[in-house]
Design a protein around this ligand. Sequence first.
Ligand SMILES: *[C@@H]1O[C@H](CO)[C@@H](O)[C@H](O)[C@H]1NC(C)=O
Length: 221
Amino acid sequence: MKGVNHFLVVFAFLALASTLASASDPSSLMDFCVALNGPKNAVFVNGKFCKDPKLATADDFFFSGLDKAGNTSNAVGSKVTPVNADQIPGLNTLGISLVRIDYAPYGGLNPPHYHPRGTEILVVIKGELYVGFVTSNPDNRFFTKVLKTGDVFVFPVGLIHFQLNIGKTDAIAFAALSSQNPGVITIANAVFGSNPPINPDVLTKAFKLEKKVVEYLQTQF
Ligand SMILES: *[C@@H]1O[C@H](CO)[C@@H](O)[C@H](O)[C@H]1NC(C)=O
């Protein structure tokens, strides 16, 4: 019996370890793996072609421009400036990335969305944001806060979240994400703006809306 219990403990530990191991981007098998688009000068493959480490330079790990505000003159009044493996090839396999988010005064919104591959930790540098996320089914609990300059909030991987500027000035936040390429799915755009459009009958029933409202929404995305 004792042997069986030990076996179960070891098994549970291994199961946990393998879950932890797969809960983020694959770990790098070397110091770094600067992404290349083709095999020229590449020596390793670890998801992408990697630049020969001897040819890597500081610029492979560098990005400049997050001091500049994003242009928030758009329908939602916010702009996300990403710095992920597309901007910094040296981030390839390292499991981390960054964004700057600008919000227009009086209601700039980073609309409900989620990141399929990354948890997000956000710090407000300027302004006042109403933020929140909703847990998965069946509870769909809503966790929310009003954040001021210097406040930090976490959005767990895969959960729908948003930030709304409730201040009179523009607002600025920076966020780190636990993936080199966390991905983003904006709920309204994905549902009402898919290409080609989802049959309105599906959305009419799913959202308990009149069909003409669904058809109107489909023209807006
Ligand atoms: C910001 O975007 C708007 C709308 O696309 C455009 O008209 C305006 O020129 C842009 N402003 C700057 C400073 O780029």
